[in-house]
Design a protein around this ligand. Sequence first.
Ligand code: FES
Ligand code: FES
Length: 165
Amino acid sequence: MMKISFVLNGAAVSGEVEPRTSLADFIREDQRLTGTHVGCEHGVCGACTVLIDGRPMRSCIMLAVSAEGRDVRTVEGYEGDETMAAIRRCFTECHALQCGFCTPGMLATAYDIVKRLPRADRRRIRSELDGNLCRCTGYLGIIDAIERSLDRTHGADRLSRKETP
Ligand code: FES
Ligand code: FES
C-alpha cells in the first residue's frame, strides 16, 4: 500500500492505496464522490474526466498515486463557481443530456473550453469534445449548450473581436 495526499475539491485528502488503484476508483470508492462516472475504463469515453491542476484529464487511466500533491476537481467541486453555474443552466436550456452518464465528463471539458478558449466556434467546440463520448448521441444539444455558455460568459460578439496580443 502507498500513502497519498492531494487536494480534492478544495480540501486536503489522504489515504492508502494499492499502487495500481486508479484515481477514478479512489475518488468514487474511497472518497465516496460518485459523480465521477466510469464507462470504458481505458481512456476512450471521457466519462471519468476531472480537472487536474485545472486541466481535464481521464481519471480512469491515471493512478491515484500520480495525484500526489495535485489539485483535483470533480463535478461535486463547483459550489459557488459562476462559470459552472452558467454552463449548467445552458445544459438544461439546450437539453444537453439524456441519460446523463457522460454529463460529469462533458461538464469538465465544457468548463475547460469556456475558460481557455473564449473565441471557440462550433467547429472548435466539436474538436475539443472529441475525447468525450455520449452514448445517447446528444451531441448537438451539448455543442449548443457550450456555445451558449461561451456567449453568455464572454459576450455574443466574442467571435468578431480581435484577439488581444
Ligand atoms: S471511463 Fe475513463 S475514459 Fe472511459
Ligand atoms: S446523455 Fe447519455 S451518455 Fe450522454
